[in-house]
Ligand binder design. Structure first.
Ligand SMILES: Nc1ncnc2c1ncn2[C@@H]1O[C@H](COP(=O)(O)OP(=O)(O)OP(=O)(O)O)[C@@H](O)[C@H]1O
Ligand SMILES: [Mg+2]
Length: 274
């Protein structure tokens, strides 16, 4: 699965261990594809500013849906609404059959256990080590430190970062910080991972490493993903389906091949096809 001809301990480590950390069989695709996320006619405004003006989409088990769109179109708002960090003004989001927005805040934390979230920017706590950052949610649950460390090692190994477990975020490169954010998102072995710009600002090789990890999690372990990205090349590589968000609605959607063949000038311009 991993391309040959590229070296680097990270890639090798990631390719080997990503296979192991999320045990095959924990995310078995069973029968007809399950609807993991259903977004229905979502509206969200901030004051006078309408950001989402009726967004509907469905993500099925094992899909990697890539969301493209210019800066400020509401991609992060959409992800945050899906994970119920933001409440919609109208519309409904169902994740694994549950309406998270119908739950009081106190119950949302538990309900999010099947959801991993990679924040735009790594959003690591500066004063905590990589171990403490990645294991943060487990510390919050009061799990024993030794067990947490074991889980953190697994999670870091999956992104090729086990060697950095005791470092502080300031001692990591941008790409390493992104991978630490990813390790934090997968530590609870979620069935769904939402990535907000996981490769933005990274060089092409580090971008490929991150994309390989996302692909590995999807293909080997059936993890369903939504990836918000400005990186068209990544979207066409890892996406099973792409959508283009524009003016608060979905302006276009399709498989990578369908998008490449799209006639809409906006889509063609956005994908850099013309
Ligand atoms: N909590 C908030 N309060 C007020 N306005 C907000 C809030 N969150 C987002 N916005 C506004 O909503 C709009 C969409 O923001 P969002 O972060 O979703 O954009 P984006 O598509 O992710 O952009 P980028 O590609 O630059 O990350 C922006 O104009 C932003 O200022
Ligand atoms: Mg954003």
């Amino acid at each position: 699965m991993f391309p040959t001809g590229r070296c680097g301990a990270c890639l090798t480590e990631a390719s080997v261990v990503a296979e192991e950390v999320v045990k095959p069989g924990e995310f078995p695709p069973q029968g007809a594809p399950e609807q993991m996320i259903v977004v229905e006619n979502l509206h969200k405004s901030f004051g006078q500013q309408t950001v989402l003006a009726g967004v509907s989409l469905t993500v099925q088990q094992g899909e990697t849906l890539c969301i493209l769109g210019r800066s400020g179109t509401g991609k992060s708002v959409l992800l945050k609404t899906i994970i119920a960090l933001l409440d919609p003004d109208a519309g409904k989001v169902t994740v694994l059959g549950r309406d998270l927005h119908a739950l009081p805040e106190s119950q949302r934390l538990t309900a999010r256990k099947d959801l991993g979230y990679v924040f735009q920017g790594a959003a690591l706590f500066d004063s905590l080590t990589v171990c403490e950052n990645v294991g943060f949610s487990l510390y919050q649950q009061g799990q024993p430190a030794a067990e947490i460390r074991e889980r953190v090692v697994d999670s870091l190994a999956a992104v090729g970062l086990a060697h950095a477990i005791d470092k502080l975020p300031s001692q990591l490169s941008g790409g390493m910080q992104k991978r630490a954010g990813l390790a934090r998102a997968i530590i609870k072995r979620p069935r769904i991972v939402l990535y907000d710009e996981p490769t933005t600002g990274l060089d092409p090789l580090t971008t490929d490493t991150i994309n390989d990890i996302i692909l590995s999690l999807q293909r080997s372990h059936g993890i369903t993903s939504i990836v918000v990205t400005h990186d068209v090349r990544s979207a066409l590589t890892i996406g099973t389906r792409l959508i283009l968000l524009e003016c608060g609605v979905i302006a276009a959607s399709g498989t990578p091949d369908e998008m490449r063949a799209h006639r809409d000038p906006l889509v063609r311009r956005f994908l850099g096809l013309d």
